[in-house]
Design a protein around this ligand. Structure first.
Ligand code: GTP
Ligand code: MG
Length: 383
């Protein structure tokens, strides 16, 4: 990507450089005329001036030394992508995130839905990462993200809530609302995603559904049968009760949301997690949001890039392509890409490597900004 230089960026926005510098300062970013600023900062600032900023990638119609794109160019480009999307939009499966307090039965619920057994393999029975799965039934596919309920993993919960269409808030009937239930609810509300409450452990001694519904009412998410709007399904992950109803509710909600994406587009999506695996090198669990990701594609994500060497589904099976809403594990990375960041497909490995390198250089030469942390969050929120 071309670096965003303060002087040129000011020109693009139609501002005097000193005006831009003072606006940057207000955001805690201190940069002089000839310094570069972070793309995220630039996007935010441009938005304040009602300009949608799209930084053109090298190799995408821009030769080095060519002029920065004008406002008109940018608007046109956006329009074109939108038109292309509009013509090719197809229904896509919902991405459903399971959130809730530790031990309330999130993984068990998914195990029952998948008829798998993940819980028994977890250290101390505690989930410590985001699991990504896809199930298919008669009504189509559903992609699920399992999140940890342990207090320490708040970032993962927030990230989970942000990349989803529908959130399932799991509340144990014998325990009610707990700190991480409330924390998860806050992320769900902040992300503006659809909410379904699953009251789990209905089989347990001391299960008290009325208490949970009272607590829901107190939090302005009253259950439908209590005059509110929240779809609420009592379930037992252990016995399998209520699971079919829960799946039906997810499908219904997904229909209401009319989820669609363009499978023909160049793939882009979000890094759910990444790790280093002995023998395989860096590995990233990604969720494709737009387009179809294929083995052999060149993708770039921040300062890392990949020529997709292989992709695996949640069963560890090799897959050749991943259409919209599909979670896959991708190998072939230069390093571990940052969780929560977005990836995009580019022309070829060469372009991907160049862009990643440029990003790495930029990060090195970057002015330290107080705004860096919150900015990261707002970029995630874009998706
Ligand atoms: P974290 O991922 O660590 O936050 O936990 P979790 O929400 O995934 O809970 P998990 O599925 O690991 O279940 C925690 C405990 O609750 C396990 O011992 C499960 O067997 C038990 N459990 C889960 N669902 C039910 C249920 O429907 N009824 C009863 N009685 N126990 C359940
Ligand atoms: Mg779990």
């Amino acid at each position: 990507k071309p670096p965003i230089i303060v002087r040129e960026f000011a020109q693009l926005l139609g501002l005097k450089p000193f005006k831009l510098i003072s606006e940057l300062m207000e955001q805690g970013v201190f940069a002089s005329m000839n310094q570069t600023i972070d793309e995220a900062v630039a996007i935010d600032l441009a938005a304040k001036h009602d300009i949608v900023l799209e930084v053109k990638h090298r190799g995408e119609g821009q030769t080095p030394g060519q002029q920065q794109p004008t406002k008109k160019d940018i608007a046109k480009q956006k329009e074109k992508a939108a038109e292309e999307d509009e013509a090719n939009l197809e229904p896509r499966p919902p991405v459903v995130c399971i959130l809730g307090h530790v031990d309330h039965g999130k993984t068990s619920l998914l195990d029952t839905i998948r008829k798998a057994n993940v819980v028994s393999g977890e250290a101390g029975g505690i989930t410590q990462h985001i699991g990504a799965y896809q199930v298919s039934n008669d009504n189509g596919k559903i992609s699920f993200l399992d999140t940890p309920g342990h207090a320490a993993f708040n970032k993962m919960r927030a990230r989970g809530a942000q990349v989803t269409d529908i959130a399932i808030l799991v509340i144990a009937a014998d325990d009610g609302f707990k700190p991480q239930t409330d924390e998860a609810l806050k992320y769900i509300k902040d992300a503006g995603v659809a909410l379904i409450v699953a009251i789990n452990k209905m089989d347990a001694k001391g299960a008290n559904i009325d208490q949970v519904k009272t607590q829901m009412q107190q939090r302005d998410i009253a259950s439908e049968d209590w005059g509110g709007e929240t779809i609420t399904v009592p379930v037992s992950a252990l016995k399998g009760d209520g699971i079919d109803t829960l799946l039906e509710m997810i499908q219904l909600q997904a229909e209401v949301l009319e989820l669609r994406a363009n499978p023909q587009a160049k793939a882009s999506g979000v890094i759910i997690e990444s790790q280093l695996e002995v023998g395989r090198g860096p590995l990233a669990t990604v969720i494709v949001q737009r387009g179809t990701l294929r083995v052999g594609d060149a993708i770039v994500c921040g300062k890392e890039w990949a020529k997709v060497r292989a992709m695996f589904d949640d069963q560890g099976k090799n897959v050749k392509e991943a259409p919209p809403s599909t979670p896959v594990r991708v190998i072939g990375w230069s390093g571990t890409p940052e969780s929560g960041s977005t990836f995009t497909t580019v022309k070829n490995a060469r372009a991907a490597e160049d862009m990643a390198e440029e990003e790495a250089d930029k990060q090195k030469g970057q002015v330290t900004s107080k705004a860096a942390e919150p900015k990261e969050v707002s970029v995630e929120a874009l998706f």
